[in-house]
Design a protein around this ligand. Sequence first.
Ligand code: MD6
Ligand code: FE
Length: 215
Amino acid sequence: MGDLLAGIDSRQWTERLGPGTVVLRGFALAAAGEMYAEIERIVAQAPFRQMQTPGGFRMSVAMSNCGDYGWVTDASGYRYAAEDPESGRPWPVLPAAFRELASRAAGAAGFPDFAPDACLINRYAPGARMSLHQDRDERDLSQPIVSVSLGLPAVFLFGGGKRSDPVSRVPLTHGDVVVWGGADRLRYHGVLAVKDGAHPLVGACRLNLTFRKAR
Ligand code: MD6
Ligand code: FE
């Protein structure tokens, strides 16, 4: 029995949410410590900030980016930018460990050769949330998005092609990776308000990294 189970990690399994969407439970657990250290290096150069929506609201989620392009929003709209608007400098480099994890996760989900050029880093303090939206600012919608959750748990809302479609509630915890694309690429999604708590590695917040091919 010990031999039969050799190499099987009971902390890792896969759940399918849709034709193009899987949750890889625990996929980032082994890399989480190194990823967290990289995030600290990145936000020392490009600090977390709460951006304004085009409608003039301040987002409850604080954001930073690394990679060739970063996702930004302000009064003039949502877009990808090669420079951090706060500093005028390029975003911090996408760490090799991030690129490798994202590409390995995409491959495990059936999207080979995923080469992200953008990584949006979201920080949710308790109470922060993200309302239902579609991700449609990327040029090539045939490319998937790889989403890594670290720290406090959260409930992910996974809807349909219309804002009014029913949503399922998917709990995401530290180390979970969601990969989605294909027929699911434009589904509405969001995150319920994060509950108070303390995570041993990350502290009193949830971090989410989304890897994309923006250009
Ligand atoms: C979050 N994630 O989990 C927000 N978008 O903090 C997203 O908005 C998202 O997880 C596209 C694909 C995967 C995601
Ligand atoms: Fe999104």
